[in-house]
Design a protein around this ligand. Structure first.
Ligand code: UDP
Ligand code: MG
Length: 318
């Protein structure tokens, strides 16, 4: 099969018939063999009934329905598990992404050799309250992930080589950082294509402004797990040791300073009347805690079933 289109959706009943007809049209015109996988993320409207009807009229349409709303990432992950086309395309259900982009995305994966091609909504039809924070968000994501050529990490329209979606696990709200997940899994050929974007035709957005707070927290998590996931002591141990040493030196300076003044017959005060004494103590305590957190992290890693899991690219055996 050439293409699997994975569509996560939550309460998008009005858009679905139009979307699936449009995808079918593009596929037929280009002679692609394809499947459309609708993942109904616990919709409370008639989305699932609509999907069942669409599937009855076209054997290329598949669907799965969650019992409750889990989120876009779990929906994508489930769709990725079912996909079997050489190229997997993800697309939002709200008609903001255009199926007309599919042939070129397919070509970029198959011919240009990209592992992942992300859409870039260069001209967006979204409120300013969303576009401005999005710019900041993408700038941070570029910096932290080291994927310097992406302008729009969270674009719903993306294309992947089948291998890629089978080797990444999208969970929580990590759909915003799939390129980063792919890069961490060793799929580094990441490209971008400017795509058309429409204003939402039906329904309303499913994400509020909390997306930005959560987005930054998730970015911190990915940075940490990508860098130190297998060796937490390198993070906590370094930080803890530094803090402890600085605290220890500072406390020694306060203590010896007092002893010196005592013996030299200078006026002196109790060490407890110096604020530095308390700061140093706090630093030593925090340093110790960080160090112990490193040990705990190492114990957890030791028990993780994936601690020795590596993505193998190729093998020669004779
Ligand atoms: N979506 C989902 N589960 C959710 C929230 C959203 O499957 O819990 C789907 C939604 O139906 C749409 C896509 O994710 O197909 C993108 O959502 P939306 O258009 O609301 O996001 P925006 O375009 O505002 O970023
Ligand atoms: Mg949308």
């Amino acid at each position: 099969m050439d293409i699997s289109v994975v569509v996560p959706l939550y309460n998008e009943a009005e858009s679905l018939p139009e979307l699936s007809a449009w995808i079918e049209l593009v596929m037929d015109r280009n002679n692609f063999s394809y499947e459309i996988i609708f993942v109904d993320d616990g919709s409370t409207d008639t989305s699932w009934q609509v999907i069942q009807q669409l599937a009855a009229g076209n054997p290329s349409i598949k669907g799965v329905s969650f019992r409750r709303n889990y989120g876009k990432s779990p929906a994508l992950n489930t769709g990725f598990g079912m996909a079997s086309g050489n190229v997997v395309i993800t697309m939002d259900a709200d008609l903001q992404d255009s199926p007309d982009e599919i042939p070129e995305l397919y070509r970029m994966i198959m011919e240009d050799g990209y592992d992942l091609v992300s859409g870039w909504k260069k001209k967006r039809y979204d409120p300013l309250s969303k576009t401005i924070p999005t710019k900041l968000f993408n700038a941070t994501a570029r910096k932290v992930s080291g994927i310097k050529n992406l302008h729009d990490f969270n674009c719903g329209l993306k294309a992947y080589r089948l291998e890629v979606v089978k080797h990444i696990e999208v969970y929580g709200d990590m759909h915003r950082y799939i390129p980063y997940l792919a890069k961490n899994a060793g799929f580094g050929r990441i490209g971008e294509k400017v795509v058309q974007h429409q204003a939402r035709k039906y329904g309303s957005t499913k994400f509020g402004l909390d997306r930005f707070v959560n987005g930054y927290l998730d970015l911190a998590t990915l940075w940490f797990t990508g860098k130190f996931g297998a060796k937490p002591m390198h993070f906590f141990g370094l930080l803890g040791s530094l803090m402890f040493i600085v605290g220890f030196i500072a406390v020694a300076v306060v203590g010896f300073g007092k002893l010196y003044n005592m013996y030299a017959g200078n006026p002196y005060t109790l060490v407890t009347s110096s604020p530095y004494f308390y700061l140093s103590l706090t630093m030593m305590v925090m340093g110790t805690m960080l160090f112990l957190t490193g040990f705990l992290g190492e114990l957890i890693v030791r028990n993780s079933p994936s601690r020795n899991h590596y993505e193998i690219k190729d093998k020669v055996e004779s």
